[in-house]
Design a protein around this ligand. Structure first.
Ligand SMILES: [Zn+2]
Length: 321
């Protein structure tokens, strides 16, 4: 029997890389990027790869692979930040476990911290301590939207891998069947970018009360976030990412990121997708205009200083801003 749970589309490169890491598996793996469910599935894939006894790991058919896929593997433990903050008690409870050999003879224990950005600072510090003196058969997997949202000390201890972003725009233009799941994301994304740049167009579209379902809104939020992360990582390629990058303001990126997280949470809490999107774009526009204002003021200041310097006959030795 083959369990589909360990098949992960669109992440072939990363899976190939994990296969190579098996030669010397890192004690702490951090998976960032992609979608929450994708990260969780890849954590299972990694657990299966570490424990599967077949030549081609994970084989997806042996009992270990099947148990892991079905969430029934006794050496895999999951602390799930999707359910709320991960506190120090949950992390402390792991300690006695870490001293015991895995139940599966010759196997490896996997402890997954899902949405690890939900760790409290105390819990993250306790985790660091556990990582220091644990036995070699224990492996941690941290899952997070992006590494910047974790304590730097946790990140520096981790082998970081970034999931390939799923882009519904690219999928739509390439005719992939993913388009069926999130119709219209590309158009909405273009409208959003236009609104952020010009302040026009968005509300004319939403006032016409179009059909926006939860999956479309989630797709749009996901695209926004991947663009924002590309900007934060100084690797914008196109569209919205170049716009965010142009703002050049880490404090605004951080606020925008929080706004995107809150929008996601509102969708989960069943707030109307249309309301969520209107609220989101208003916030993003506010943050971008305040950045643009700062940039304009800075430019203005530079021009004034240049004039003063010219008047004073000073050249080549500018007054620092
Ligand atoms: Zn297997």
């Amino acid at each position: 029997m083959i369990d589909d749970c360990l098949f992960i589309p669109r992440q072939e490169r990363l899976l190939d890389y994990l296969g190579r890491l098996l030669l010397q598996p890192p004690r702490v793996l951090l998976l960032e990027g992609g979608r929450t469910e994708e990260r969780a599935t890849i954590a299972k894939y990694w657990a299966a790869a570490l424990n599967c006894t077949a030549t081609q790991k994970p084989c997806r058919t042996c009992s270990v692979c099947r148990w892991i896929a079905q969430g029934e593997f006794t050496d895999m433990h999951y602390l799930d930040g999707r359910e709320g903050r991960i506190g120090i008690d949950a992390v402390r409870d792991l300690r006695p476990l870490l001293g015991q050999a895995p139940r599966q003879a010759g196997g490896r224990r996997i402890i997954v911290l899902g949405e690890a950005q939900e760790l409290t600072v105390e819990a993250a510090n306790a985790l660091l301590k556990s990582m220091e003196d644990m036995d070699a058969y224990n492996h941690f997997v941290l899952l997070a939207p992006q590494r910047e949202r974790l304590l730097p000390t946790l990140v520096s201890r981790s082998w970081v891998l970034t999931l390939g972003w799923f882009s519904s725009c690219r999928k739509a233009s390439s005719g992939d069947d993913e388009k069926e799941n999130v119709p219209g994301v590309a158009q909405w994304l273009a409208a959003l970018e236009d609104f952020l740049r010009t302040g026009k167009g968005w509300f004319a579209m939403t006032m016409a009360k179009p059909r926006i379902d939860k999956s479309l809104a989630a797709g749009l939020i996901h695209e926004c976030r991947s663009s924002l992360i590309a900007a934060m990582q100084h690797s914008p390629r196109e569209g919205l990412a170049t716009f965010f990058y142009g703002l050049g303001a880490p404090h605004a990126w951080r606020n925008m990121d929080l706004r995107l997280i809150q929008a996601e949470q509102a969708l989960v809490a069943q707030v109307s997708p249309l309301l969520v999107l209107d609220w989101l774009v208003m916030g993003l526009r506010q943050y971008s205009t305040s950045c643009n204002k700062e940039i304009l003021e800075k430019r203005q200041k530079t021009v004034e200083i240049d004039r003063v310097q010219q008047l004073a006959g000073i050249t080549g030795n500018k007054i620092p801003l």
